[in-house]
Every structure is written in structure tokens, then in C-alpha cells.
Design a protein around this ligand. Structure first.
Ligand SMILES: [Zn+2]
Length: 258
């Protein structure tokens, strides 16, 4: 059965298109502006959660449209914007949404299947647009569903490298966390598929025999070990805390939020 997005998410989507907005056009160095409809979102949210958009708006206050490199599909960009607009989500979006062209009061939605490719595309977009919050949301999503994702060595390499030092730490811990998975990977790929950085980190950690247990990891540890908001680009505040504070505020103030 195909489910629709929750009413709360539909409302979020409507709000993400309201207020001052910014339109993002795909533009490539060779072909110029691509023939893809722009993606529109709340300006304030985009400025808060994308360092690339923030920098552009600081250079040109009042800007209503900007160009982004086509490193992601339109769908990938829309999913990224759902994560941050009109405010940060507590987890990845569940549905792709569009306004019904025949009836603008209706939102059309389609369930998202978070495959390795879909996650990687979101990861690449978050990396490209400078959004530690979304990178952290993806890390938590993968951590919670680590046994459901079937990724090849090449796919894990590219995820890890995009995440830099934190990416290599996270992916090597994740690989070694499940002995069966580690054995299976060694059986299928030997030790040769890994990038040099991944290979040496894996070898070092195997020797250390760290008592890893990522299945029941204290959230404060996963935050400290794997989250990007502690880095130079991040605001220092965990997206989980932002979402919690907003929920507490809304419980206390209720109608004032509306
Ligand atoms: Zn955190």
C-alpha cells in the first residue's frame, strides 16, 4: 500500500515554500543554466543550514535566486531541503512531495526508499552545500539501520571519503561492529577493495580489538565520535538538541507557535 506523507510533513512542506524564499537553479560551467525547473525553499532555513547558501547571501543580500552545481539530481536537492526547511527535521524525510499542479491546495507525495544510492546522493548534496546537520542525520539513520543496508566496499569507500576523517572513523567502526559482516566482506573482497586510508584504519583497529558495540551506543558517544557539527563548518549544536528544544518550546507555548 502506498502511503501519503503525514499531515505534519505536508504542513512542513507548505511552510518551506512560504516566507522569503530562494530559488536554486542547476548550473554547470560548460552548459550554463540547465533546463531543470528550479527548486524553491525558505531563505532563512537555507541560510541557517547551508554554509554555501549563507556565504552567497552574505555576498549579495536580498538575493532571490542562486546557482548550484548539478552534483545531485533535483530529487536529491529536494530531499536535502526537506531536511532543513522550514526548520531541521529530527530524522530523514519519508516522502518526496510536490504541489499538485492541478490543485495547488493539494500536496502529492511518494514514499522514499532510502537505498545506499539515495543516501549517498543526499550525503553528497549535504557535503557540497556545506550542511553538517544533514550529514549527522544521515550518520544516525545509517547507525540505526546498519544491518538493513547492503553496501559494497566501493560504496563504503566513497561514503567514508566524503565524510573525511570522521567518515573513515565511522565507516571502519561500523564495518568492524558486525563480525559476520566483516567476515563476509573479507570473503567477497579480500583486503584489496579498500582505499589506502580505509585499509590502514581497518588494520589498525583490528589489531587494537576495540570493544565496539554500535548497536546500543549511547547517543552522546555517537554525537561526540561521529557528528560533523563539532567541526569548523558546524554550528557546534547537535541537530538532535535543536529538534528537542523546539519540541519542548512548542509543548510549553502551544498556540503561540501558530
Ligand atoms: Zn551531535
Amino acid at each position: 500500500m502506498i502511503t501519503s506523507a503525514s499531515l505534519e510533513d505536508q504542513d512542513r512542506f507548505r511552510r518551506s515554500l512560504s516566507g522569503p524564499t530562494i530559488k536554486l537553479y542547476f548550473c554547470d560551467m560548460i552548459q550554463g543554466v540547465l533546463d531543470v525547473a528550479p527548486v524553491e525553499t525558505n531563505l532563512q532555513a537555507a541560510v541557517e543550514h547551508s554554509s554555501v547558501i549563507r556565504k552567497r547571501v552574505e555576498e549579495e543580500p536580498g538575493i532571490q535566486k542562486m546557482f548550484v552545481r548539478p552534483e545531485t539530481s533535483k530529487l536529491g536537492l529536494e530531499r536535502f531541503l526537506q531536511c532543513i526547511s522550514p526548520d531541521l527535521r529530527g530524522d530523514l524525510p519519508t516522502h518526496d512531495m510536490t504541489v499538485d499542479p492541478a490543485d495547488p491546495t493539494r500536496i502529492l507525495s511518494n514514499p522514499i526508499k532510502w537505498t545506499g544510492d539515495a543516501l549517498y546522493e543526499l550525503h553528497r548534496t549535504a557535503h557540497h552545500l556545506g550542511s553538517p546537520d544533514v550529514l549527522d542525520m544521515i550518520t544516525d539513520h545509517i547507525l540505526e539501520r546498519q544491518d538493513e543496508l547492503e553496501l559494497s566496499v566501493a560504496e563504503m569507500n566513497r561514503f567514508a571519503h566524503q565524510g573525511g576523517v570522521l567518515g573513515i572513523r565511522f565507516w571502519t567502526d561500523l564495518i568492524l561492529n558486525n563480525e559476520k559482516r566483516t567476515k563476509k566482506l573479507r570473503l567477497v573482497y579480500g583486503d584489496w577493495g579498500w582505499s589506502a586510508d580505509m585499509f590502514s584504519a581497518l588494520r589498525r583497529k583490528r589489531k587494537m580489538r576495540l570493544p565496539l558495540n554500535l548497536y546500543h551506543l549511547d547517543p552522546s558517544i555517537s554525537c561526540r565520535q561521529y557528528h560533523h557539527h563539532h567541526t569548523k563548518e558546524g554550528a557546534g549544536i547537535c541537530y538532535r538538541d535543536v529538534v528537542k528544544a523546539r519540541a519542548a518550546y512548542s509543548n510549553d507555548h502551544g498556540d503561540e507557535m501558530l
